[in-house]
Write a protein that binds this ligand. Structure first.
Ligand code: SF4
Length: 473
């Protein structure tokens, strides 16, 4: 048998992991402050070493949160069964373990390989509390929290419910996946982080919900390749609130838009389905802002870069997006001096910039990264040529960005306040992401609070920033 009940096998954790003595006591804690007994979880781990590692992670997290591990199903607050689906016999064994846990305890959460085909479990056992797939630690822990909330201990519980954030209170980054399936030749991220692993939509949405409850006003969706979200999990649906939400870029964006916070999409590649998100922007469901790293415009360079969706007709699509959503702000990044980039390639890039008229642009001088295939793809561009191209690029783009920004003078923009000041606050419009874009300097009769969103009449624009006065809230 592959399966191990952790308590019976004593396999993963040191012996004392099963007793409350594993949680360090706090000497100064007074008797009066003692909390109720922590909930206990019985755990069955079936299958291969990878599943075992998953079990370790889940158990580690639960122990860190103060859960006890029970030696038996009976009397525990719930049972987790980490299943194996590799062979038919392993599936049968998993189903048997679930049946036994239901009979002996009644509250069962199923995870692991069989969780990738939940109907195999729910058709036989419709009353399991939750079914999650392999490596979905967060979903398992969330399900445990729902079924048996962790005991709150003010002396141990230093982590707020929304987690620890390193950004200011009013905005937060929301990571929807890890890794990347692309193989851009200048990048070693897939080698470092592996292929794309998407979080289930419900996990992302629950995290977003917690953040908004904690006061976050702006959610910044990030990943290595946001538009590829869900490909690896075949866009599997997961349950959030009263509905199933598919792990699809569009579905996730739509649901995030219901939370009442600004939703900003970063690192979106121009796959055809990106067109579908533009109406959500036009309808105000997500911010009319696309951070879309084009990196170059010459087909030859893009081909050697192996950029995703590089063959899509980007200029005509940009024009169409702007027709659908005239307020759309487009941000992008580019690389100049990529190995083999000719004068012609570079001129093509400058012409493309003229036509695309992007709002915000960053430009990098190519630098060889150790181990990146691009290093040997073409003759290196001399440093001084790269430098000269970079300056020409920046000059051109600055003229374009300044022109784009000037169009906002006289309009009313919603502005979120990042820094309060006695008479002038610093904030950002819906077209400015924190850290990378410009600012809006806002005069107001009353002091504005950080995180407050005000309507501002734009009176002036300079190269990067806007200036205006509050006209409403
Ligand atoms: S999309 Fe390309 S540049 Fe971005 S992480 Fe993936 S391989 Fe790297």
């Amino acid at each position: 048998m592959y399966g191990k009940h952790l308590a019976r096998a004593g396999l993963i954790l040191p012996r004392d992991a099963y007793s409350s003595s594993a949680v360090p006591s706090t000497p100064s804690k007074s008797a009066a402050s003692k909390t109720a007994a922590p909930p206990s979880v019985s755990f069955v781990s079936l299958g291969c070493p990878k599943a075992l590692v998953d079990s370790e992670r889940i158990v580690t997290r639960l122990r860190a949160e103060g859960y006890e591990l029970a030696r038996e199903h009976k009397g525990a607050d719930l049972v987790i069964v980490n299943t194996c689906g590799f062979l038919d016999s392993a599936q049968a064994e998993s189903l048997e373990a679930i049946g036994q846990a239901l009979a002996e305890n009644g509250k069962v959460i199923v995870t692991g390989c069989m969780g990738a085909e939940p109907e195999k479990i729910t058709s036989k056992f419709p009353n399991v509390l939750a079914v999650t797939g392999p490596q979905q630690y967060e979903s398992v822990v969330e399900a445990v929290h729902r079924a048996a909330p962790p005991a709150h201990d003010p002396y141990v519980d230093l982590v707020p419910p929304q987690g620890i954030k390193l950004t200011p209170r009013h905005y937060a980054y929301l990571k929807i996946s890890e890794g990347c399936n692309n193989r851009c030749t200048f990048c070693i991220i897939p080698r470092l982080r592996g292929d794309l692993v998407s979080r289930p939509a419900a996990d992302v949405l629950r995290e977003a919900e917690r953040l908004v409850k904690a006061g976050v006003k702006e959610l910044l969706v990030i990943s290595q390749d946001t538009s590829a979200y869900g490909v690896d999990i075949k866009y599997a649906a997961s349950r959030w609130q009263d509905r199933e939400v598919r792990a699809k870029f569009l579905d996730l964006a739509r649901e995030l838009g219901t939370l009442g916070a600004w939703v900003r999409l970063h690192y979106v590649y121009p796959y055809p389905h990106v067109d579908d998100v533009i109406p959500l922007m036009a309808d105000g469901i997500v911010l009319p802002y696309l951070d879309i790293p084009f990196q170059h415009a010459s087909p030859d360079v893009l081909k050697r870069m192996k950029r995703p969706a590089a063959q899509e007709k980007t200029l005509s699509r940009i024009a169409r997006w702007r027709e659908m959503c005239p307020d759309l702000t487009l941000r992008s990044t580019f690389i100049v001096g990529f190995p083999g980039e000719t004068d012609r390639d570079f001129e093509m890039l400058l012409d493309w910039l003229d036509e695309a008229a992007l709002d915000r642009v960053g430009c990098f001088r190519y630098e060889p990264v150790d181990g990146a295939p691009a290093n040997v793809l073409g003759s290196p561009v001399p440093k001084e040529v790269t430098e000269e191209r970079w300056h020409r690029f920046m000059q051109k783009q600055q003229t374009i960005s300044t022109r784009r920004l000037k169009r906002k003078v006289g309009t009313r923009q919603q502005v979120i306040v990042d820094e309060a000041g006695p008479s002038v606050a610093k904030g950002r419009s819906r077209g400015d992401a924190p850290e990378i874009d410009g600012a809006v300097y806002v005069a107001s009769r009353r002091p504005l609070r950080v995180g407050e969103i005000a309507t501002v009449k734009i009176e002036r624009a300079d190269e990067y920033d806007l200036h205006g006065t509050v006209v409403g809230f």
